[in-house]
Design a protein around this ligand. Structure first.
Ligand code: FAD
Length: 465
């Protein structure tokens, strides 16, 4: 670790303005986000334009200083942690919705624009970005591009990679990769924007994004079903995809332990609705008419009862009730408050394999330690499960390895993934090295060396430092 020189800090101040280079006390006042080590660098530089980002990146290249791109700081895999001797490059001042074209159904945004801000701006035109996640108020489009974020609508609309039409990024030498294509069809050579999508800031700094928009439904309806098994839940999702009105917008599963913990913390209960079902399914329909959507849910519940007589269900009858039901799924920080730094996992499993996978994981975790209780929830319609253990972290490395072995060892053969939507960051590099095809790893390393020969761009993320 080299201390940053006064000359370097002065050059940064000249590039972005002294008020936008935070050190010492000014950094301590910033919100550190979801990882306590995000701001350990102690220097946060906040440029306001692509040109200023490029100037900062060039200075880092000239002075050999590593930089960590950061925005909403909601990342969950330590992708934006920083160290003394590095600088944090914050994209939060590039926060504008630059343009929305309602006819093209396209938005151009600065990388630091939050998802919520884009959702609000698009809603004015009865449009939406087609991607949604609980951290919407803080997560930025640049961060979401960089982690290839997924969220609740991925089963329907794809992940971030499928929503991005074009992007702009500053490369590690300070040059600007500019591809603000705003059409769906583009077969003109290698589609290099995909290198930056999911790169977690290791290949460059994303500065602008062109996002595809979709029509926003005029009405939504939400229902919560209690079901006897994972198989039943997958079956009900298949039925919901054929709903008699509207279209399915979300199908989120909450296993019993997760549901009970959150319901208790949120003081939520509903008369006649048991919290003892093995699994719960939160469904959202979107369409033109709320009454028709609610009728579709009633029909869906009748079909569900006919197949699974022990099922229970609630159809939200007001906006307030809809919001309350969504808190049960989205307030995931409740688990982390109960078990600070609990080991957490974000796996993708092909739908047909989920029942067997969950049963195997539960059995093997219990065999490892009878007190281990996994809280399971997630985006079941696309096979993405979040698993958090009832253990305060950090756990000993041998214990962490044993748990990872249970969760990850079959995933590659099943055609799943050890990182569904959160990325690799600094937390999952071991899993990356253990489970990824050697040729893929070698090509990734070649691409990294080609674009970032000095290794200054977000070091220690995705790859070993
Ligand atoms: C409550 C909660 C719910 C969540 N739900 C979901 C979910 O459903 N689906 C999902 O996919 N994720 C989810 N996440 C994870 C998180 O919101 C996403 O990873 C998000 O994409 C991170 O955006 P950010 O702006 O906060 O990025 P940060 O946390 O600041 O950074 C994340 C990574 O991207 C890099 N980065 C950030 N901006 C740039 C840039 N402009 N250029 C280059 N690199 C950059 C950073 O270096 C880091 O590696 C959730 C998080 C929380 C806290």
């Amino acid at each position: 670790m080299h201390a940053l020189t006064g000359e370097f800090l002065d050059a940064l101040r000249t590039a972005v303005g002294a008020a936008h280079v935070a050190t010492g006390e000014a950094v301590a006042l910033l919100d550190v986000g979801w990882n306590p080590h995000n701001l350990d660098a102690g220097v946060v530089v906040s440029p306001a334009s692509t040109q200023e980002v490029a100037a900062v990146v060039r200075l880092c290249a000239q002075h050999g200083v590593p930089l960590v791109p950061q925005a909403g700081r909601t990342g969950l895999v330590g992708g934006s942690i920083s160290h003394p001797g590095e600088i944090v490059l914050s994209l939060l001042r590039l926060n504008h919705v630059e343009a929305i074209d309602p006819q093209e159904r396209v938005a151009v945004v600065g990388a630091g624009c939050t998802l919520q801000a884009l959702q609000d701006a698009a809603a004015v035109h009865q449009l939406e970005p087609g991607i949604d996640l609980a951290a919407r108020g803080s997560a930025t489009l640049g961060g979401m591009v960089s982690t290839n974020a997924g969220g609740v609508m991925a089963f329907r609309n794809g992940v971030m990679r499928h929503r991005v039409l074009g992007l702009e990024a500053v490369l590690p030498d300070g040059s600007v990769f500019h591809d603000l294509t705003r059409v769906v069809k583009n077969s003109a050579g290698y589609d290099l924007k995909h290198l930056f999508i999911g790169a977690e800031g290791t290949l460059g700094v994303v500065t602008r994004v062109v996002v595809k928009l979709d029509p926003l439904p005029q009405a939504t309806a939400t229902a919560l079903f209690g079901l006897p098994s994972v198989e039943a839940t997958l079956d009900v999702i298949a039925l919901a995809l054929q709903a008699k009105a509207g279209h399915l917008r979300a199908a989120e599963a909450l296993w019993r332990d997760f549901m009970q913990l959150n319901a208790q913390a949120l003081h939520w209960s509903q008369e006649g609705f048991s919290l003892d079902q093995p699994i719960f399914l939160l469904l959202k329909l979107g369409g033109a008419d709320e009454a028709a959507l609610q009728a579709a849910f009633e029909q869906l519940f009748e079909s569900t009862l006919a197949r699974y007589p022990s099922s229970t269900g609630i159809i939200a009858s007001s906006q307030r009730q809809e919001t309350e039901l969504w808190h049960l799924r989205e307030d995931t920080d409740i688990v982390y408050r109960a078990y600070p730094q609990a080991p957490s996992f974000d796996v993708s499993v092909p739908l047909s394999r989920i029942p067997a996978y969950v049963a195997q994981v539960q059995a093997e975790l219990a065999a490892l330690d009878a007190t281990l209780q996994p809280f399971i929830f997630g985006h079941l319609a696309d096979g993405n499960l979040h698993i958090i253990l009832n253990v305060r972290g950090p756990v000993a490395p041998e214990r962490a390895q044993a748990v990872e072995h249970i969760l990850y060892r079959h995933l590659q053969a099943l055609g799943g993934s050890f990182s569904a939507e959160h990325g690799v960051g600094s937390k999952r590099i071991g899993a990356m090295n253990d489970t990824t095809n050697a040729t893929k790893l070698a090509v990734m390393a070649q691409v990294k060396r080609l674009l970032d020969p000095q290794g200054l761009m977000n070091p220690g993320k995705v790859f070993q430092a």
